[in-house]
Design a protein around this ligand. Structure first.
Ligand code: GDP
Length: 307
């Protein structure tokens, strides 16, 4: 069965590893968030695409949830000695990814081609597509003004009040080649347990993608990133509140209305199943905390069976 997954970073990486383990090579396509792409030291960094690529290549630092396993940070240290900003943790080997990406982009290659080549070189058999080749940048408004997503998330450690979120450039962005087809032709479309506002939100903001999902409603299955009234990790709860969404599976379903068909929610949230049914979303309760590879595969199987 062909499966297309919409993915952010660390939460998505776990389910994608599980899905890849259950599917034949080539059956999995990932549509990755590029709203949190940024420029560091003149290099184009795509944090979510890299997390997904490294995870599927078996090279992700699983404890941190980002970057390469066994990484060193000597260049970062040296940059600090030279007076450069060092709040964004670029590892020594990770740097090679960003140098190659930046070189290829400067030579005129679209991000989709660069992403495919990086994945191929790292031995990933899944197809990884950026949501768009055009720049879409998530920005967060705080009491002191607008921040880029990485300034908010990494530099400020998400410890500032968020008053608004926007996806700059989204209105004029086009889906990357293959994105709409991957949604239209999949037997199952999975929305990974990712931040609904800053990981899935930017993908949905690209004109055409939400409509494509709407045409496949019965085949769209999301996994809730909210468990027991809180995010498993990261600032999803604060960002959902800033958008007026309830921090619960119902809020996740509201963020994904009207095209969400099925929501896999955690067993401890099973009481929300009836309310989800009333808004037309089928609910499946499961153990959704992916704390080891066996649990990643078990959740992946539940998602696949939901189709
Ligand atoms: P980011 O770009 O690194 O923030 O990564 P994502 O957006 O992909 O993932 C963050 C979201 O995934 C957070 O809202 C977490 O609550 C959620 N998440 C992380 N791990 C798990 C897990 O094991 N199970 C579930 N259900 N959600 C998770």
């Amino acid at each position: 069965m062909r499966v297309t997954a919409v993915a952010g970073g660390t939460g998505a990486a776990k389910l994608l590893r599980g899905l890849a383990a259950c599917l034949a090579p080539g059956e999995l396509t990932v549509i990755g968030n590029t709203g949190d792409d940024t420029e560091i030291w003149g290099l184009h960094v795509s944090p979510d695409l890299d997390t997904v690529t490294y995870a599927l290549a078996g090279r992700l630092d699983v404890a941190r949830g980002w970057g390469l396993a066994g990484e060193t940070f000597r260049c970062l240290e040296a940059m600090g000695d030279l007076g450069a900003e060092t709040w964004f943790n670029l590892g020594d080997r990770d740097l090679a990814t960003h140098v190659q990406r930046t070189r290829a982009l400067r030579a005129g290659a679209p991000l989709s081609a660069v992403t495919a080549e990086l994945a191929r070189r790292l031995g990933v058999s899944a197809r990884i597509l950026p949501m768009s080749d055009d720049a879409v940048r998530t920005r967060v408004r705080t009491p002191d003004g607008w921040l880029t997503f990485q300034e908010y998330f990494v530099r400020e450690k998400a410890q500032v009040e968020v008053r608004a979120v926007e996806y700059a450039g989204a209105d004029a962005a086009r889906p990357a080649p293959g994105v709409l087809e991957a949604i239209a032709e999949a037997g199952l479309v999975v929305i990974c347990p990712s931040n609904p506002v800053t990981s899935v939100g930017p993908v949905l903001a690209v004109p055409g993608i939400a409509a494509a999902l709407g045409a496949r409603r019965a085949r769209v299955v999301a996994v809730s990133p909210i468990v027991g009234g809180a995010a498993v990790s990261g600032p999803a709860a604060a960002l959902m509140r800033a958008r007026g969404l309830d921090v619960s599976p119902l809020g996740v379903a509201a963020a994904y209305a009207p095209w969400l068909g099925t929501l896999v929610l955690d067993r401890r949230d099973a009481a929300h199943a009836d309310a989800l049914g009333r808004v037309g979303v089928r609910a499946i309760a499961a153990d959704t905390l992916m704390t080891d590879p066996a649990r990643e595969r078990a959740l992946a199987r539940i998602v696949l069976e939901a189709a």
